[in-house]
Design a protein around this ligand. Sequence first.
Ligand code: KDG
Ligand code: MG
Length: 402
Amino acid sequence: MSKIERVEVFVASPGRTFVTLRITTSDGVTGLGDATLNGRELAVASYLRDHLVPLLIGKDPARIEDMWQYLYRGAYWRGGPVTMTAISAVDTALWDIKGKVAGLPVYQLLGGRSRDGVMVYAHASGTDTASLIDDVERFLGLGYKAVRAQAAVPDVGGTYGVRKGKVYEPAATSLPDEQPWDTEAYLRFAPTYLEAVRERCGFGFHLLHDVHHRLTPIEAARFGKQVEDCRLFWMEDPTPAENQEAFRLIRQHTTTPVAVGEVLTSIWDVQRLITEQLIDYVRTSVVHAGGITHLRRIFDLAALYQVRTGSHGATDLSPVTLAAAVHLDTAVPNFGIQEYMAHADETAEVFRSGVTFADGMLHASEEPGLGVEYDEKAAERFPYQARYLPVARRLDGSVHDW
Ligand code: KDG
Ligand code: MG
């Protein structure tokens, strides 16, 4: 029997911080998992190094489901982002190994192809409506079939989702940047730029918008109603999802589709949202929701309720997660869309990925396993740098959801 012989945890900051797990078997087969939790990276690295690595050595790498149950139930303490990200990394690495052992790309192990490619959405942004429209047009010119649109709210510095350079990277400071937030200004402005995008760019593509947890339920209901004529593919995270009953209120007022789940980490976290049909797209990811094994379970539950997938794929999810997501997206029947944000050039120096882009779609690698390699020598050139996401404060100085 092949055994897990070596487990390594790499922490490096090629463009941004990534925590990467590499498992090597006694047969010399390696598998990669992403263990990155933005702004809390070292907690997951320690969870892996100090608590999981000793449990993994000598175990059978083929028993993926059993390993998942062992790590989840064996912790006694349930869920949470640190635990689930660590479990995700182990699970993803074991799928990579299984694919390599079988000589098959991971999507084949998941039941094979359900589609030719995976539709992705790009991130257009602007400092004002005009520059946002230019950016939307640029992405449409590159062949994207779906574009998310975010513009800077006038006089509200640091609005979520507005790119400064080539890559959007909100975790940019060594301590959290505190940014002002004004809900009324956002509610006045955001519908106007979404309408302007539709007016100038038409309806021949999917338009998305991320509210990023900023509204109360009734404000979100008002927003969703106001932008109905824009025919959004989705409004994302209109209100924080701790209070899931809130989504029923939003539903009573608007037919704008709702996407939720990037900060949720298990099937139990999304059970109510899905089974009560409070959302249309579930945004849980391979890296934060228990790996391929658990995300598949979430997607299967969602399929029963006509909820489609729309996995989180910002720059803080490594190319290992993106590759795993594209394998899963290729296989599942209820795929909706995949978020896709270009990583920094430095990231590509460390992770070599076989995922390809053409015609607004991503295509999984045909290599056995996930089709990603980690260059640890290249990673040494990018030592860890602490970076935090910003914190939002209302105009009166009190903390708001960022
Ligand atoms: O780490 C937080 C980011 O991943 C998040 O802010 C990105 O909301 C996001 C999105 O939709 O990509
Ligand atoms: Mg989001």
